[in-house]
Design a protein around this ligand. Structure first.
Ligand SMILES: Nc1nc2c(ncn2[C@@H]2O[C@H](COP(=O)(O)OP(=O)(O)O)[C@@H](O)[C@H]2O)c(=O)[nH]1
Ligand SMILES: [Mg+2]
Length: 374
């Protein structure tokens, strides 16, 4: 997973290196502004990030917590549903919808789920052909009609057929452009309405595909689509082909909609589940040296717990404990009070074998015994 994000961030990393060629332990705020601009983080967001950093130089940990805060809503859990789970894929022409559908279909199929595709981009004959070719290549069934036919009828038929055959997944392709924007809005709304008639609750998720090479200009597009039909998640494509990887922070911050996947190439396997921790780690790794001395360790008779190297399971347990007490985990070493912007440090106390939430004056506010995480 880490190397996948690295592949996607290659060009972005190269761009940042032109202004920050050497790794450092701390980066002056003035340099940071240039670095983030180089990665295409939107200027307004850079200002917010810099304003919240109180020291003249910034560590990896500090920047990480600010970047994570821009993605506080990036977690997504699939809703409960009665199968098939129906996904509607929307976005402008050329964004990468059809390719992404093929990638998703492959992922689900590899996972043992039966997938049916619906070719509801009936505006262009080429779009139907393209999806049909992918369906043949991946060996998944597809429902399509001729060019110009009603796309919501295609959706209805696809869902009905998937239901009848007990399929787990339906993925619907849509047109990215019609004669007018109003036509497109009306068509998408109708598709949503008719899908719900075919299968109550469908489409269970409406996914917007954004072309990553457009950087921040994708935000206006995202807002327009979100006004037409509420979007549940975003997939950003072509990250491999752009130095604008930092725009993902701006998109997450502006839209407050989960980012589900990142496209890092044209092949069916080039789709990476988005993980904000891994993404930020790869984004920052080329900039900062990591101070191993600062690694804090807690042990509790048994295994050693390092705050910086929590397993997923330990991180999950810690997150649950913190949530129950009204805190959100921002990064490995920072938490935020829910419903406020107060941030606290999370530290490991080696003497008492405990994790502690401490305030700016190092006063301990909350203690968790290390063995609560085991
Ligand atoms: N490099 C790269 N190219 C991509 C990616 N996703 C899509 N593409 C390419 O972008 C072009 C448009 O994709 P397509 O799926 O037809 O877009 P649609 O019009 O939204 O359906 C095609 O040439 C795809 O191969 C990606 O993640 N990386
Ligand atoms: Mg297409």
């Amino acid at each position: 997973m880490f190397s996948f994000f690295k592949k996607g961030l290659n060009k972005t990393t190269e761009a940042m290196k032109t202004v920050a060629p050497k790794k450092r332990a701390r980066i002056p705020k003035a340099d940071l502004e240039n670095i983030l601009l180089e990665a295409d983080v939107e200027y307004d967001l850079i200002e917010i990030i810099l304003r919240e950093l109180y020291e003249d130089t910034v560590t990896k940990e500090q920047l990480e917590s600010k970047l994570l805060a821009t993605m506080a809503w990036a977690n997504y859990e699939e809703p409960e549903f009665e199968k098939p789970f129906v996904e509607l894929i929307i976005g402008v022409n050329g964004a990468g919808k059809t390719t992404t559908i093929a990638k998703l279909a492959k992922k689900y199929k590899d996972n043992g789920e039966r997938v049916m595709l619906g070719a509801a981009d009936t505006f262009r004959a080429a779009a139907i052909e393209q999806l049909t070719r992918w369906a043949e290549k991946l060996d998944v069934p597809i429902v399509s009609s001729r060019q110009g036919h009603d796309p919501s009828a295609v959706c209805y038929d696809t869902i009905e057929s998937a239901k009848a055959r007990g399929f787990e997944r339906v993925i619907i392709d849509t047109a990215g452009r019609l004669h007018t924007q109003t036509n497109l809005a009306n068509e998408l709304k109708k598709i949503v309405r008719i899908s719900d008639k075919a299968h109550s609750g469908a489409p269970h998720r409406k996914i917007l595909v954004l072309d990553g090479t457009q950087g921040n200009s994708a935000i206006a597009q995202a807002k327009a689509f979100n006004e037409m039909i509420d979007i549940d998640g975003i997939i950003i494509t072509k990250l491999d082909g752009t130095a604008k990887g930092g725009s993902i922070f701006s998109i997450a911050h502006a839209m407050r909609i989960p980012i589900l996947y990142i496209g890092v190439g044209e092949q069916p396997d080039d789709l990476v589940k988005f993980d904000k921790y891994a993404f930020i780690d790869n984004f920052l790794d080329p900039l900062f040296t990591v101070d191993d001395e600062a690694e804090i360790k807690v042990k509790s008779g048994g295994p050693l717990i390092e705050l910086s190297r929590l397993t997923n399971e330990q991180r999950q347990k810690l997150t649950t404990l913190l949530n129950a007490d009204g805190y959100d985990m921002l990064s490995k070493h920072f938490v935020r009070e829910q419903n406020s912007w107060n941030e606290y440090k999370l530290v490991a106390n080696e003497t008492s074998y405990a994790m502690e939430i401490v305030d700016r004056n190092d006063k301990v506010i909350k203690t968790y015994k290390a063995d609560q995480l085991l």
